[in-house]
Write a protein that binds this ligand. Structure first.
Ligand code: FNR
Length: 337
């Protein structure tokens, strides 16, 4: 029987990314070859405050706040590949939040690497790296209380002894894998990733290690294997290189960015992704090519329809919206029977 650890072995993974890792980007990454996709970090409070809604119109399950903000949207197509990343500083709250979504995902991950002030002040993210007892409590509670595998994503610590103690503590909780971003809390993406530290970690623990932090050197598919080799890790997790072009996961090579952006927008239309998130992701993809006409024009859009028009997808948008209207009428008729 396959163990929960096997799920994380020898995999290419879309990293958790706030605002970027929403449903359209996850589906696109899967289409282009990612084995596993993480959602953006979602804080436990938000999931606890959200209501679950079956969205029949687009075939998704949504977790929605009282002001209609969709905190988390997922669909059956990604369920077997999806890991939900939780932001938390409290074991009981983490468990309650994770229990609410566990039927819709294949794993739950705890963010222990975010260096942002919001996370650190709340005792979340990288604040946990120096609190091994809290880490133990959160992960043990989740491992015992959930029926899906649990993992965590960390940054590295300055002292190797502390680092190894921490990962051994993490391993002892029964988690199925550990993702390691090879940078210290204070380091930024421009700093070189410490592949050598990931390698030492991989040599000292038995659970799969997922190497992260390689986007500076991952320009094409073959670079992913080179990064895996230099970290000695079982799997590779990619953030920025996938944010810029999710076809980085394609063994046959990346596709032209303009085509990929169009595909992204189509999926965003299919899943009624909100326009601010769609615009943000399009602009992130275009970041290095902002002088291209479509990129500049995207800056001044203020609806999904506008974005579709800029990218030559107005017909696709209009047809999809009229399909939605038809389906909405059918659903209303059925509900009134
Ligand atoms: C991130 N990162 C991140 N990490 C995490 O654990 N949870 C999150 O929600 C986010 N959000 C996020 C948003 C964006 C836009 C970026 C670029 C990054 C960090 C990310 O997962 C990863 O650890 C780093 O970017 C290093 O990996 P790469 O970019 O070198 O592949």
């Amino acid at each position: 029987m396959a163990s929960t650890q096997d799920f994380y072995k020898d995999k290419l993974i879309l990293a958790p990314m706030v605002r970027v890792g929403t449903l359209p980007m996850r589906l696109l990454a899967l289409r282009y070859g990612a084995d596993i996709v993480y959602c953006e970090e979602i804080i436990d409070f938000k999931i606890l405050n959200a209501s679950k809604v079956e969205n029949e119109l687009i075939g998704t399950v949504d977790f929605v706040l009282s002001d209609d903000t969709v905190v988390f949207r997922t669909c059956p197509q990604e369920k077997d590949k999806l890991v939900f990343q939780l932001g938390t500083s409290n074991a009981k709250r983490a468990l309650k939040a994770a229990q609410k979504i566990q039927d819709y995902v294949s794993g739950v991950d705890v963010n222990m690497g975010c260096p942002k002030e919001f996370s650190i002040k709340g005792g979340m993210g990288a604040a946990l790296l120096t609190q091994p007892e809290k880490v133990k409590e959160i992960l043990t509670t989740l491992v015992k209380g959930l029926n899906v595998p649990v993992t965590c994503k960390i940054r590295i610590l300055p002292k190797m002894e502390d680092m190894l103690n921490l990962v051994k503590t993490i391993e002892s909780t029964g988690v199925s894998a550990i993702a390691v971003h090879g940078r210290y809390k204070e380091e930024r993406p421009r700093h070189t990733n410490h592949d050598d530290v990931i390698k030492v970690i991989a040599q000292h623990i038995g659970i799969p290690v997922i190497a992260n932090g390689g986007s500076g050197v991952i320009k094409q598919f073959s670079d992913i294997q080179a990064f895996r080799g230099s970290t000695g890790a079982s799997s590779v997790m990619i953030a920025r290189a996938a944010e810029w072009n999710p076809t980085i996961f394609r063994p046959e090579g990346k596709l032209p960015l303009m085509d990929v952006v169009r595909e992204y927008i189509k999926v965003a239309i299919d899943y009624d992704n909100n326009y601010t998130n769609t615009k943000y992701c399009v602009l992130q993809m275009m970041h290095a090519d902002m002088d291209i006409e479509e990129g500049l024009k995207t800056l001044s859009t203020d609806s999904l329809q506008d974005i579709s028009e800029v990218w030559g997808l107005l017909d696709y948008y209009t047809e999809t919206r009229s399909k939605f209207e038809k389906k909405r009428a059918e659903i209303n008729t059925l509900n009134n029977l």
